[in-house]
Design a protein around this ligand. Structure first.
Ligand code: FES
Length: 164
């Protein structure tokens, strides 16, 4: 099948700007709107493209450094698109006590990426989180939308085989 034609870069950028300005418009009048706007951008566009920073600075009358500081402070915001499957490993206390740190090291070595990164083939994004509320079944791991308990290295490998 022939690849679909891509819009010119200028048009794609214009479209990103239009999308961002329209998301901002839905939060017009909200106090402290930057965080909810960033969450909306990530939810609607999949990630917070660094190109949105000057647009938000302009819309919200903030400096680019202010917006950049907020985007980079919160680890929830991705600057690149996520992989087809997102794997989240809990690093909070109860899971740590049950081996989550070793599991985290295993996941990074197996996938060849650090937390917040996506495998080069775009299959898996690895993230850490701090408590799923599944502490009784620590260590807890989420693969896509499904939460798993008592995950050790072998089980994680199996989950990655199935879902990645
Ligand atoms: S500490 Fe990991 S699920 Fe609560």
């Amino acid at each position: 099948m022939a690849p679909l034609p891509q819009p010119p870069v200028e048009q794609a950028e214009q479209s990103l700007e239009q999308q961002v300005r329209s998301i901002v418009a839905t939060h017009r009048g909200d106090r402290g709107a930057l965080l909810p706007i960033l969450h909306s951008i990530q939810s609607e566009l999949g990630y917070v493209d660094p190109a949105v920073i000057p647009i938000l600075a302009d819309e919200l009358n903030l400096s680019r450094a202010d917006v950049h500081g907020v985007v980079t402070f919160y680890h929830d915001f991705r600057s690149t698109p996520a992989g087809r499957t997102t794997v989240r490993i809990c690093r909070a206390e109860a899971c740590q006590a049950m081996g989550a740190n070793a599991l985290a090291g295993h996941a990074q070595a197996r996938l060849g990426v650090a937390f917040g990164e996506t495998t080069p083939d775009g299959a898996v994004t690895l993230e850490q989180t701090f408590c799923f509320g599944n502490c009784a079944l620590a260590p807890a791991v989420q693969v896509g939308d499904r939460l798993y308990g008592r995950v050790d290295a072998d089980r994680l490998d199996g989950l990655l085989e199935v879902d990645a």
